[in-house]
Write a protein that binds this ligand. Structure first.
Ligand code: GTP
Length: 595
């Protein structure tokens, strides 16, 4: 146990976490050249393309120093707010953290939010200034920022480059010297933390664990404390580049357990594994069920694909327990599913996976957060869909989720960022200068305002020089109304949104304008109206056009004619017929594109 070091790397996105992790694997000869790929830890295609570590993994390295052999377990953490609970559990499995800061960028919002998680878990923090090879690196300034943030000594900061490998051996030395060895009682009842899990189509669910106390052996009957389910430990082992089976895992070890579990919903990150016959007194602190925060309807474009869509979603859920879905139907779109996502990135990932892995052509409706409706009778229920909104006469009030947001930016953009936050109903609770030209702004804002287009706007008004992170702080009463959209007098439920009463008027107007742009002209006029209850608040018209694509062919060339017709049919696939109006797929997300 005294020669084990469990650590993670925390960093703002793109500060070089994966590159540095690869270097550590290189220097410790954990990967051979043949096995080497650009970024071995990111093994999902999608991850590599997006350059974002979506799922956390762990890897074990051997390291020798002064004749002493050490086992270093690197636990990778996902880098996006949508997955912050997974980050917190990965951190809880470690004793130390490498805090990486890009020497050209300085401290950013996620540097701070991840650091707070590490400090809460009492991790030893090793600050590392990365990318020092870059000519525009600003090591002195960024070191000052780190000293201010951590209250550490300037000499505690290591300098490195994941690119050239400079400073990497010193990082390994620091891990051994500064990160404490695991503590825990090897003779106590088994207590192991599940910090991640993964679906394998041959073996079922692989749960990644950190043994906090006791020992687990192959063949043991184990119990998951929070789900209360029991399993045989069919296989346990450590995580090298591949899974290597072992006879047992002891206190302080990081490894995996396979126990014939077929679906991801049975293995909850944060749960505790113990023995059935000699259970620990209680589970490890910090267990929480991850709850989806953003909901949207997902509908097949072709209603015949409904069953295929269901099968695809079920397959997706096998390896992504945080995806929830239940059948719903829409007057406009027919049968589909109401899906719950952790956040906007998660929603995009699922959409992309449906398309790539299952070839499903779907319409996703406007996302919304989960609201709590209180009726005059005193009932309360969660609304995941604007159509769940009760009749205004029976409604007492609605509550909406609120977040605390941290924004770090160059001071010249403070003014425009404040305006943006204000337009999103944000209230500033703190403003703090990190250096003479960098400011940290703290806001309380409704989550519902962030799911729309906050992040893109923030990036564009700050020319990319603003970083943003948030966490939930609870629900608060909100004056929300339901805005409906009518096409030629017919309500399109899939276009309804819940919106703050004060913004409803301008929102309705912009929605109609946007839809006018997106809905192509057809052979009759199309009236687009915004309404709150029976009251029409905005209107636009798409003028009729007579479009006869075959007219150009002079009736002569039949193959040309057929080609044109086929082309038109293909174009139609992306359209949905609403009453007599054809609405393109992208119109259902019009709200995300409002100026
Ligand atoms: P996420 O996993 O997306 O959070 O990113 P990351 O923090 O893992 O960053 P990644 O390792 O993917 O590096 C981001 C970019 O910076 C890549 O283009 C790397 O090639 C580059 N990079 C990483 N480390 C260094 C470095 O030390 N020097 C230079 N010049 N470039 C680096």
């Amino acid at each position: 146990m005294k020669n084990i070091r469990n650590f993670c790397i925390i960093a703002h996105i793109d500060h070089g976490k994966s590159t540095l992790a690869d270097r550590l694997l290189d220097v410790t000869h954990t990967i051979t050249d043949r096995e080497k790929q650009a970024q071995v830890l990111d093994d999902m295609d999608l991850e590599r393309e997006r350059g974002i570590t979506i799922k956390s993994h762990a890897i074990q390295m051997d390291y020798e120093q002064d004749g002493e052999k050490y086992v270093l377990n690197l636990i990778d953490t996902p880098g996006h707010v949508d997955f912050s609970y997974e980050v917190s559990r990965s951190i809880a499995a470690c004793e130390g953290a490498l805090l990486i800061v890009d020497a050209t960028q300085g401290i950013q919002a996620q540097t701070i939010s991840n650091l707070y998680l590490a400090i809460e878990n009492d991790l030893e923090i090793i600050p590392i200034l990365n990318k020092i090879d870059l000519p525009n690196a600003n090591p002195e300034d960024v070191k000052d920022q780190i000293v201010d943030l951590l209250g550490c000594d300037i000499d505690d900061i290591l300098s490195a480059s994941g690119k050239t490998g400079e400073g990497v051996p010193e990082i390994l030395e620091a891990i051994v010297a500064r990160v404490p060895a695991p503590t825990g009682d090897p003779d106590a009842p088994l207590q192991a933390l599940i910090f991640d899990s993964e679906f394998n189509s041959f073996r079922g669910i692989v749960a990644y664990i950190r043994v906090m106390n006791g020992e687990i052996k192959k063949g043991d009957t184990v119990k998951f404390v929070n789900t209360k389910k029991e399993y045989e430990a069919d296989e346990i082992g450590v995580l090298r580049l591949i899974q290597e089976p072992r006879a047992s895992l002891k206190t302080g070890d990081v490894g995996y357990i396979i126990s014939g579990i077929k679906t991801s919903t049975e293995v909850k990150v944060g749960d505790t594994v113990t023995h059935r016959d000699r259970p620990c007194k209680e589970g490890i602190d910090g267990f929480a069920e991850v709850k989806p925060m953003v909901f949207a309807g997902v509908y097949p474009i072709d209603s015949e694909d409904y069953e295929d869509l269901r099968a695809s979603m079920e397959k997706l859920r096998l390896n992504d327990a945080s995806l929830t879905f239940e059948p719903e139907s829409s007057m406009a779109l027919g049968f589909g599913f109401r899906c719950g996502f952790l956040g906007m990135l998660h929603m995009e990932i699922i959409q992309e996976r449906l398309d790539r892995e299952f070839d499903m052509n779907v319409i996703t409706t406007v996302p919304n957060v989960s609201y709590v409706a209180h009726t005059k009778k005193g009932d309360k229920f969660e609304m995941h869909n604007p159509s769940d909104m009760p009749d205004p006469n029976s409604l007492d009030f609605i509550e909406e989720p609120f977040i605390k947001a941290q924004i770090i930016t160059k001071s010249e953009y403070t003014g425009s960022i404040m305006n943006l936050c204000m337009s999103k109903r944000g209230v500033m609770t703190n403003q703090q200068y990190l250096t003479s030209d960098r400011v940290e702004l703290t806001y309380e804002m409704p989550l519902g305002e962030i799911v729309f287009d906050f992040y893109d706007k923030l990036k564009s008004i700050s020319k990319g020089y603003a970083s943003f992170d948030y966490f939930l702080i609870g629900v608060r009463p909100a004056k929300l109304v339901k805005l409906d959209i009518l096409l030629n007098g017919e309500g399109v439920d899939a276009l309804s949104t819940l919106i703050h009463a004060d913004n409803a008027q301008s929102f309705g107007r912009r929605m109609c304008e946007k839809l006018k742009e997106l809905i192509p002209r057809q052979q009759f006029d199309i009236a687009i109206q915004g309404a709150i209850g029976a009251k029409i608040i905005s209107r636009e018209t798409v003028k009729a056009v007579r479009k006869d694509v075959t007219a150009k062919c002079y009736g002569g060339d039949i193959t040309r004619k057929r080609k044109l017709l086929e082309k038109q049919k293909k174009g139609k696939k992306k359209m949905k017929q609403i009453g007599n109006v054809e609405v393109p797929q992208k119109a259902f997300l019009a709200v995300l594109k409002l100026d």
